[in-house]
Ligand binder design. Structure first.
Ligand SMILES: [Zn+2]
Length: 289
Protein backbone atom coordinates (compact mmCIF):
# COMPACT_ATOMS: atom_id res chain seq x y z
CA UNK A 1 0.00 0.00 0.00
CA UNK A 2 1.36 3.40 -0.87
CA UNK A 3 1.52 5.83 2.00
CA UNK A 4 1.12 9.04 0.07
CA UNK A 5 -0.42 11.85 2.02
CA UNK A 6 -4.15 11.91 1.43
CA UNK A 7 -6.40 12.41 4.44
CA UNK A 8 -9.90 11.25 3.58
CA UNK A 9 -11.40 14.64 4.34
CA UNK A 10 -9.05 16.34 1.88
CA UNK A 11 -9.25 13.88 -0.99
CA UNK A 12 -10.36 15.40 -4.26
CA UNK A 13 -13.81 13.80 -4.40
CA UNK A 14 -14.47 15.08 -0.87
CA UNK A 15 -13.35 18.57 -1.85
CA UNK A 16 -15.66 18.48 -4.87
CA UNK A 17 -18.46 17.29 -2.63
CA UNK A 18 -17.84 20.11 -0.16
CA UNK A 19 -17.76 22.68 -2.96
CA UNK A 20 -21.05 21.29 -4.25
CA UNK A 21 -22.45 21.32 -0.72
CA UNK A 22 -21.42 24.97 -0.39
CA UNK A 23 -23.37 25.84 -3.52
CA UNK A 24 -26.29 23.80 -2.25
CA UNK A 25 -26.15 25.74 1.02
CA UNK A 26 -26.22 29.03 -0.83
CA UNK A 27 -29.41 27.96 -2.59
CA UNK A 28 -31.25 26.23 0.20
CA UNK A 29 -29.72 27.46 3.48
CA UNK A 30 -29.33 23.80 4.43
CA UNK A 31 -26.12 22.91 6.27
CA UNK A 32 -23.56 21.15 4.04
CA UNK A 33 -23.36 17.38 4.18
CA UNK A 34 -20.93 16.08 6.81
CA UNK A 35 -18.94 12.88 6.66
CA UNK A 36 -20.81 10.16 8.57
CA UNK A 37 -19.62 9.06 12.02
CA UNK A 38 -17.59 5.86 11.89
CA UNK A 39 -16.24 3.59 14.63
CA UNK A 40 -12.69 2.17 14.46
CA UNK A 41 -11.59 -0.50 16.94
CA UNK A 42 -8.17 -0.27 18.58
CA UNK A 43 -8.94 -2.87 21.29
CA UNK A 44 -12.13 -4.43 22.65
CA UNK A 45 -12.39 -1.57 25.15
CA UNK A 46 -10.86 1.28 23.10
CA UNK A 47 -12.40 2.74 19.95
CA UNK A 48 -12.31 5.93 17.88
CA UNK A 49 -15.38 7.73 16.55
CA UNK A 50 -14.32 9.71 13.46
CA UNK A 51 -16.28 11.79 10.98
CA UNK A 52 -17.22 15.45 11.44
CA UNK A 53 -15.10 17.39 13.94
CA UNK A 54 -12.25 16.01 16.04
CA UNK A 55 -11.62 12.31 16.57
CA UNK A 56 -13.27 10.90 19.72
CA UNK A 57 -11.50 8.30 21.88
CA UNK A 58 -13.91 5.90 23.61
CA UNK A 59 -12.64 3.84 26.58
CA UNK A 60 -15.19 1.41 27.98
CA UNK A 61 -15.09 -0.06 31.50
CA UNK A 62 -17.48 -2.09 33.69
CA UNK A 63 -18.34 1.13 35.53
CA UNK A 64 -18.93 3.38 32.55
CA UNK A 65 -17.45 5.05 29.50
CA UNK A 66 -14.79 7.73 29.17
CA UNK A 67 -14.85 9.93 26.05
CA UNK A 68 -11.93 12.01 24.82
CA UNK A 69 -13.62 15.00 23.10
CA UNK A 70 -17.15 15.18 21.71
CA UNK A 71 -17.20 16.99 18.33
CA UNK A 72 -19.98 19.54 17.67
CA UNK A 73 -23.30 19.78 19.52
CA UNK A 74 -25.12 18.67 16.35
CA UNK A 75 -23.18 15.37 16.48
CA UNK A 76 -24.29 14.40 20.01
CA UNK A 77 -27.21 12.15 19.02
CA UNK A 78 -24.96 10.32 16.58
CA UNK A 79 -22.16 10.04 19.14
CA UNK A 80 -24.50 8.58 21.77
CA UNK A 81 -25.78 6.07 19.22
CA UNK A 82 -22.23 4.99 18.34
CA UNK A 83 -21.23 4.73 22.01
CA UNK A 84 -24.31 2.58 22.65
CA UNK A 85 -23.18 0.24 19.85
CA UNK A 86 -19.90 -0.26 21.77
CA UNK A 87 -21.08 -0.34 25.42
CA UNK A 88 -24.35 -0.38 27.38
CA UNK A 89 -22.70 1.54 30.24
CA UNK A 90 -23.28 5.27 30.82
CA UNK A 91 -20.80 7.96 29.80
CA UNK A 92 -19.12 9.05 33.02
CA UNK A 93 -16.39 11.44 31.85
CA UNK A 94 -15.68 13.65 28.85
CA UNK A 95 -12.00 14.61 28.76
CA UNK A 96 -11.32 17.50 26.36
CA UNK A 97 -7.99 17.77 24.50
CA UNK A 98 -8.47 21.55 24.11
CA UNK A 99 -11.13 24.22 23.86
CA UNK A 100 -12.13 24.28 20.19
CA UNK A 101 -15.80 23.79 19.36
CA UNK A 102 -15.17 20.76 17.13
CA UNK A 103 -13.81 18.99 20.25
CA UNK A 104 -15.97 20.48 23.05
CA UNK A 105 -19.20 21.25 21.18
CA UNK A 106 -21.01 18.24 22.62
CA UNK A 107 -20.00 18.99 26.24
CA UNK A 108 -23.11 20.79 27.46
CA UNK A 109 -25.62 18.44 25.83
CA UNK A 110 -23.81 15.24 26.85
CA UNK A 111 -23.43 16.48 30.44
CA UNK A 112 -27.13 17.38 30.54
CA UNK A 113 -28.23 14.03 29.09
CA UNK A 114 -25.84 11.72 30.95
CA UNK A 115 -24.49 13.60 33.98
CA UNK A 116 -20.96 13.05 32.68
CA UNK A 117 -18.16 15.01 34.37
CA UNK A 118 -16.31 17.39 32.03
CA UNK A 119 -12.52 17.68 32.33
CA UNK A 120 -9.82 19.79 30.63
CA UNK A 121 -6.65 21.79 31.16
CA UNK A 122 -7.13 24.94 33.26
CA UNK A 123 -5.89 27.16 30.39
CA UNK A 124 -8.43 25.66 27.98
CA UNK A 125 -11.30 26.33 30.38
CA UNK A 126 -10.04 29.89 31.02
CA UNK A 127 -10.08 30.68 27.29
CA UNK A 128 -13.58 29.16 27.02
CA UNK A 129 -14.76 31.48 29.80
CA UNK A 130 -13.11 34.43 28.05
CA UNK A 131 -14.76 33.53 24.72
CA UNK A 132 -18.11 32.82 26.42
CA UNK A 133 -18.20 29.24 25.09
CA UNK A 134 -20.72 26.69 26.39
CA UNK A 135 -19.86 23.35 28.03
CA UNK A 136 -17.41 24.55 30.67
CA UNK A 137 -15.55 21.79 32.46
CA UNK A 138 -16.17 20.74 36.09
CA UNK A 139 -12.56 19.73 36.78
CA UNK A 140 -9.28 21.17 35.49
CA UNK A 141 -5.59 20.40 36.04
CA UNK A 142 -2.30 22.12 35.28
CA UNK A 143 0.51 19.62 34.70
CA UNK A 144 -0.46 15.98 35.23
CA UNK A 145 -3.58 14.09 36.31
CA UNK A 146 -5.07 10.60 36.17
CA UNK A 147 -8.68 9.51 35.75
CA UNK A 148 -9.55 6.10 37.23
CA UNK A 149 -12.73 4.20 36.38
CA UNK A 150 -13.63 0.52 36.50
CA UNK A 151 -10.04 -0.56 37.12
CA UNK A 152 -8.70 1.39 34.15
CA UNK A 153 -6.69 4.60 33.99
CA UNK A 154 -6.34 7.49 31.59
CA UNK A 155 -3.41 9.80 32.26
CA UNK A 156 -3.57 13.49 31.31
CA UNK A 157 -0.38 15.38 30.49
CA UNK A 158 0.28 19.04 29.80
CA UNK A 159 3.58 19.52 28.00
CA UNK A 160 3.33 23.22 27.12
CA UNK A 161 1.92 25.44 24.40
CA UNK A 162 1.35 24.27 20.85
CA UNK A 163 -2.00 24.43 18.96
CA UNK A 164 -3.38 26.49 21.88
CA UNK A 165 -2.15 27.18 25.41
CA UNK A 166 -4.16 24.29 26.86
CA UNK A 167 -3.57 21.15 24.76
CA UNK A 168 -3.71 17.89 26.70
CA UNK A 169 -2.18 14.57 25.65
CA UNK A 170 -4.27 11.69 27.01
CA UNK A 171 -2.38 8.45 27.59
CA UNK A 172 -3.95 5.00 27.85
CA UNK A 173 -1.12 3.09 29.57
CA UNK A 174 -2.92 -0.25 29.32
CA UNK A 175 -3.00 0.07 25.53
CA UNK A 176 0.13 2.14 24.85
CA UNK A 177 -2.08 4.61 22.98
CA UNK A 178 -2.17 8.43 23.10
CA UNK A 179 -4.80 10.91 21.94
CA UNK A 180 -3.03 14.12 20.95
CA UNK A 181 -5.92 16.41 20.07
CA UNK A 182 -4.88 19.02 17.49
CA UNK A 183 -1.25 19.02 18.59
CA UNK A 184 -1.24 16.40 15.82
CA UNK A 185 -3.77 17.18 13.10
CA UNK A 186 -2.69 15.43 9.90
CA UNK A 187 -1.83 18.08 7.29
CA UNK A 188 -1.55 20.81 9.93
CA UNK A 189 -0.62 22.13 12.32
CA UNK A 190 -2.75 25.15 13.01
CA UNK A 191 -1.47 27.56 15.63
CA UNK A 192 -4.44 29.37 17.19
CA UNK A 193 -2.85 32.57 18.45
CA UNK A 194 -6.20 33.85 19.78
CA UNK A 195 -6.15 30.89 22.20
CA UNK A 196 -2.53 31.21 23.31
CA UNK A 197 -1.05 28.87 20.68
CA UNK A 198 2.68 29.01 20.04
CA UNK A 199 4.48 27.77 16.93
CA UNK A 200 7.97 28.25 18.33
CA UNK A 201 7.24 26.05 21.36
CA UNK A 202 5.22 23.55 19.31
CA UNK A 203 8.21 21.30 18.53
CA UNK A 204 9.33 21.03 22.15
CA UNK A 205 5.79 20.22 23.28
CA UNK A 206 5.46 17.50 20.62
CA UNK A 207 8.91 16.20 21.59
CA UNK A 208 7.74 15.65 25.19
CA UNK A 209 4.65 13.77 23.96
CA UNK A 210 6.96 11.53 21.92
CA UNK A 211 8.79 10.57 25.13
CA UNK A 212 5.71 8.71 26.42
CA UNK A 213 5.80 4.92 26.08
CA UNK A 214 3.19 4.41 23.33
CA UNK A 215 2.81 2.67 19.99
CA UNK A 216 -0.49 3.99 18.62
CA UNK A 217 -1.76 7.55 18.14
CA UNK A 218 -5.25 8.97 17.77
CA UNK A 219 -4.66 12.38 16.12
CA UNK A 220 -7.07 15.29 16.53
CA UNK A 221 -7.95 15.07 12.81
CA UNK A 222 -6.98 12.51 10.18
CA UNK A 223 -6.11 8.91 10.85
CA UNK A 224 -8.12 8.03 12.83
CA UNK A 225 -5.54 5.50 14.07
CA UNK A 226 -1.85 6.12 13.37
CA UNK A 227 1.49 4.90 14.67
CA UNK A 228 4.17 6.52 16.81
CA UNK A 229 6.38 6.71 13.69
CA UNK A 230 3.73 8.92 12.04
CA UNK A 231 3.92 11.38 14.94
CA UNK A 232 7.74 11.30 14.74
CA UNK A 233 7.45 12.09 11.02
CA UNK A 234 5.06 14.98 11.74
CA UNK A 235 7.55 16.33 14.30
CA UNK A 236 10.53 16.00 11.90
CA UNK A 237 8.63 17.61 9.02
CA UNK A 238 7.52 20.55 11.18
CA UNK A 239 11.14 20.99 12.31
CA UNK A 240 12.25 20.93 8.67
CA UNK A 241 9.62 23.54 7.68
CA UNK A 242 10.61 25.79 10.61
CA UNK A 243 14.29 25.52 9.65
CA UNK A 244 13.42 26.49 6.07
CA UNK A 245 11.43 29.51 7.32
CA UNK A 246 14.26 30.64 9.61
CA UNK A 247 16.75 30.38 6.74
CA UNK A 248 14.48 32.38 4.40
CA UNK A 249 14.12 35.07 7.08
CA UNK A 250 17.92 35.26 7.47
CA UNK A 251 18.21 35.62 3.68
CA UNK A 252 15.82 38.58 3.83
CA UNK A 253 13.04 36.95 1.83
CA UNK A 254 9.59 38.57 2.11
CA UNK A 255 6.83 36.90 4.09
CA UNK A 256 4.34 37.05 1.22
CA UNK A 257 6.52 34.56 -0.69
CA UNK A 258 6.49 32.04 2.17
CA UNK A 259 3.99 29.69 0.57
CA UNK A 260 6.04 29.46 -2.65
CA UNK A 261 9.44 29.26 -0.93
CA UNK A 262 8.81 26.73 1.87
CA UNK A 263 8.96 23.29 0.26
CA UNK A 264 6.70 20.69 1.84
CA UNK A 265 5.74 18.75 -1.30
CA UNK A 266 7.40 15.51 -0.19
CA UNK A 267 6.08 15.72 3.37
CA UNK A 268 3.81 12.92 4.51
CA UNK A 269 2.14 14.12 7.73
CA UNK A 270 2.78 17.85 8.24
CA UNK A 271 2.44 21.20 6.56
CA UNK A 272 -0.19 20.53 3.88
CA UNK A 273 -3.77 21.63 3.34
CA UNK A 274 -5.45 24.92 4.16
CA UNK A 275 -4.43 24.43 7.82
CA UNK A 276 -0.79 24.98 6.91
CA UNK A 277 -1.66 28.01 4.74
CA UNK A 278 -3.30 29.55 7.80
CA UNK A 279 -0.31 28.71 10.00
CA UNK A 280 2.54 29.96 7.80
CA UNK A 281 2.23 33.77 8.21
CA UNK A 282 2.01 33.64 12.01
CA UNK A 283 4.84 31.16 12.26
CA UNK A 284 6.96 33.40 10.00
CA UNK A 285 6.26 36.34 12.33
CA UNK A 286 7.15 34.30 15.41
CA UNK A 287 10.42 33.07 13.91
CA UNK A 288 11.28 36.63 12.77
CA UNK A 289 11.30 37.91 16.34
ZN1 LIG B 1 -8.36 22.64 17.53
Amino acid sequence: MTRRFRPAWFARPAAALLAAAGLYTAWTQQPPAEPPLTVTRIADDLHVIAGAGGNIGVLTTDEGVILIDDKFERNVDGILEKVKSISSKPIRYVLNTHLHGDHTGGNAKIAALTGAVLFAHANARAVMVEKKMPGLQNITFTSRAAIHLGGKTVEAYYFGRSHTNGDVVYYFPGHKVIHTGDMFAVGGPIVDYSSGGNGREFLGTLGKALELDFETVIPGHGGPVLQKSDLSTFHAELANAQAQISKLIREGKPKDQAKALVHTGEFRMCCKTAMWDRTLPGLWDELSR
